[in-house]
Every structure is written in structure tokens, then in C-alpha cells.
Ligand binder design. Structure first.
Ligand SMILES: O=C(O)CCC(=O)C(=O)O
Ligand SMILES: [Fe+2]
Length: 364
């Protein structure tokens, strides 16, 4: 019998032991060289789990870790600015602009989200005069944003290329070919600031969902991200690891792969209620005109999938409940779709009623 080297790990969250799920580590430098064993491991990670760590500690990836630190400095300054300055243009488009705390539904029933976010799209940063709030428009800031977007784009396209090779795709059928730089897309860099919150707070976390994107490239130094792997009964934490980005497959790549890759179900909850959490997510999205068959069996464009799902994301719970459930989770199913009671047995809350401790399931 093989001896398992896996150390079972849990974290205490809200009076409950929650698993920390193990994740594959894929080496960016090996993907750059198209090493066959690494490509095979990558394809398997996308088909089995839909997420993995990307190890950026080699010479080719280290610059992206520097970009991450520069972006964090910019974020601390931006989120410290007065609301009027951050919200100078509001949300210009779904993939560009500022969203204040509480713009969307939160993790638990009757809550709102616990983060503010500013997004800079890849198409916008390439314009002569990008539409950005003045607090982000200094020339050093623009360089930082450009580097962060270009770095994440290089990494995610390298992954796409390796996946195409691994699946034997050639010519126009290769995934990179539906993510060309000069074609309009909603690819964007989202910078998020989660405020400290108790599990019983009115503003909490980031609701359960799958991403619209093809691939998401995420940096977050604080705990909070949870995934729900295919076939699992519960959410578990993703351990933040130095020198690594967390990559997850989104709906568009699931659809483009003929639904053979897993779109990762995930959410964010505050592990340490006293902590500010900062995350940087680059969403590599398909060209707007790319066609695929969605989770409803419709043959539609990536642009339409984006617009419909974004509308569901930002609608109030009553409207979200009307969206087909296959849209909410990109066609992914959960082992046990019952609303989870969170921590009610071990840690009854004297502050709120039990209904407030239910996860919101109707939306993502
Ligand atoms: O903040 C995070 O770690 C994840 C954010 C996320 O899931 C998203 O923006 O789609
Ligand atoms: Fe997400």
C-alpha cells in the first residue's frame, strides 16, 4: 500500500474545523519550455480540480512577484483615498472602474459583500488616455498597472498554450487563438480590498461563484479564499503560498474545452476578523466574438455570456434567483446543494438569528 505523504490540514473557522485542500503546483518555467510531464500534470489539474498553484519563483516568474508587490503598494494608497476620489467615474463598464463595499450580495443570507474593488481592463490600459480615476493616473501608477496586466497575461497565455498542446489542438483551434491581443475582450485586472469583518457582520466576503473568465490569475497574501472541488461536500481553504499565484479555470475555458475542464466553485470568507485582505485577480477572458456552447446548451458569444452573468452577479437576490442555476455556477454541480448552516452548532451566535447564518445559494 502506498504511504500517503499528504498531511491532512484543517483551519478553525467560525467554530468549525474546515479543510485546507491540497493543490497541485505547476512550475511556470517548465511550462515555458513546454515540458511534456508538466503539461500532462497541468491538463489533469484543469480536468480534475479546476485550480492549481503556479510557481513563479524561477527567474522567468520572479518579475511577476515584484509586480505583485508594486501593485499592493498602489492599492494601499488607492483604497486609503476618500470615496469621492476612488469613485470619480464609478463603474464605467463591468470590467472597468470602482465598486464600493456592499455593491453585491455577500456570502451569507441577508448580507452584502465585504469588499471594495477597482478594475482596469487590458483594452483600456493600451489606450492613449485610459479612463481611470486621477488617483491612479500618475505615470508611475500606469507603469505598475501595465506591468501587472502584461505579466499576468503572459503567464495565463503560457498556460493556455500548454493546455492546447496537451490536448493536441492545432492552428486556429488552439485556445490562445481565441484570446488575441488586438481583438476586443473584457480581460481585466481586479484589485480588491476586503474590510475586517466578523462572520456575523452585515458586510461579509465574496459570494460563492464560478468565474466568467477562461483563466483567473490570483495573488492574495491573506487567508480567506475557499474552493469547493468537484465531488466534495464542503468548502475548504486555499493556503496562501509565497512565490505562487493561484490559478483557476473559469466558465469560458470549461465551455471551450467541451465542458471537460472544471470551472472552479469558490468564495471568500474572513478567516481573521481583524484583518484587512487584499487580492489581485487578472481575468483572462476570450475575445468577445468567440463562440461556445454554454451550460444551457446555447451557442453564444463570450461577450454575451459575460454580460448575462455579470448582470446575475450584481442583481439583488430576488432577481438572481430567476437566473438559471446552470448560469450561476457555470454548469458545475455541487455534491450537496443544501444551504449550509455555518457554525451554528459549535458557536451559536448571540447577535443574529439562524437565518442570517445561511449561505446564499441562489446567486453566485
Ligand atoms: O479575492 C479573492 O481571493 C477572489 C476574488 C474572486 O473570486 C473574484 O473576484 O472573482
Ligand atoms: Fe472569482
Amino acid at each position: 500500500m502506498a504511504i500517503s505523504t499528504e498531511v491532512p490540514q484543517t483551519r478553525e473557522w467560525n467554530g468549525k474545523k474546515v479543510p485546507v485542500y491540497p493543490m497541485e503546483v505547476i512550475d511556470f518555467s517548465k511550462l515555458l519550455s513546454q515540458e511534456p510531464v508538466e503539461i500532462e500534470r497541468l491538463v489533469r489539474a484543469c480536468q480534475d480540480a479546476g485550480y492549481f498553484y503556479l510557481d513563479l519563483r524561477g527567474i522567468d516568474g520572479r518579475r511577476m512577484l515584484e509586480d505583485q508587490q508594486d501593485t499592493l503598494k498602489l492599492m494601499y494608497r488607492f483604497f486609503d483615498a476618500p470615496l469621492e476620489a476612488k469613485n470619480e467615474f464609478g463603474l464605467v463598464a463591468p470590467h472597468l472602474g470602482y465598486e464600493p463595499i456592499g455593491s453585491r450580495t455577500g456570502v451569507l443570507e441577508n448580507t452584502k459583500d465585504g469588499y471594495e474593488m477597482v478594475k482596469v481592463s487590458r483594452d483600456e490600459i493600451q489606450k492613449d488616455s485610459p479612463h481611470l480615476p486621477a488617483v491612479l493616473k500618475t505615470s508611475p501608477d500606469m507603469k505598475v498597472l501595465e506591468h501587472a496586466i502584461a505579466g499576468a497575461n503572459i503567464a495565463t497565455k503560457t498556460i493556455l498554450a500548454a493546455l492546447s498542446t496537451g490536448l493536441g489542438l492545432a492552428g486556429a483551434a488552439r485556445f490562445e487563438n481565441s484570446h488575441r491581443n488586438d481583438r476586443p475582450s473584457t480581460s481585466t485586472l481586479a484589485m480588491m480590498h476586503y474590510i475586517p469583518s466578523e462572520p456575523t457582520a452585515k458586510n461579509i466576503g465574496h459570494q460563492k461563484h464560478t468565474d466568467i473568465s477562461s483563466l483567473t490569475f490570483l495573488f492574495a497574501e491573506q487567508w480567506g479564499l475557499q474552493v469547493r472541488p468537484p465531488g466534495s461536500k464542503e468548502f475548504g481553504f486555499v493556503e496562501p503560498r509565497d512565490g505562487m499565484a493561484v490559478i483557476n479555470v473559469g466558465d469560458s475555458l470549461r465551455f471551450a474545452s467541451g465542458h471537460t475542464m472544471q470551472s472552479c466553485i469558490h468564495r471568500v470568507v474572513p478567516l481573521d476578523p481583524t484583518e484587512h485582505r487584499y487580492s489581485i485577480a487578472y481575468f483572462l477572458r476570450a475575445e468577445n466574438e468567440t463562440m461556445f456552447t454554454d451550460s444551457e446548451g446555447r451557442y453564444i458569444t463570450a461577450g454575451q455570456w459575460h454580460d448575462e452573468k455579470f448582470f446575475a452577479f450584481t442583481s439583488p437576490p430576488e432577481l438572481q434567483a430567476l437566473a438559471p442555476s446552470s448560469m450561476i455556477l457555470g454548469g458545475m454541480t455541487e455534491e450537496d446543494a443544501e444551504a449550509e448552516e455555518i457554525g451554528t452548532k459549535d458557536a451559536p451566535s448571540p447577535i443574529v438569528g439562524a437565518t442570517n447564518l445561511k449561505e446564499t445559494v441562489q446567486v453566485y
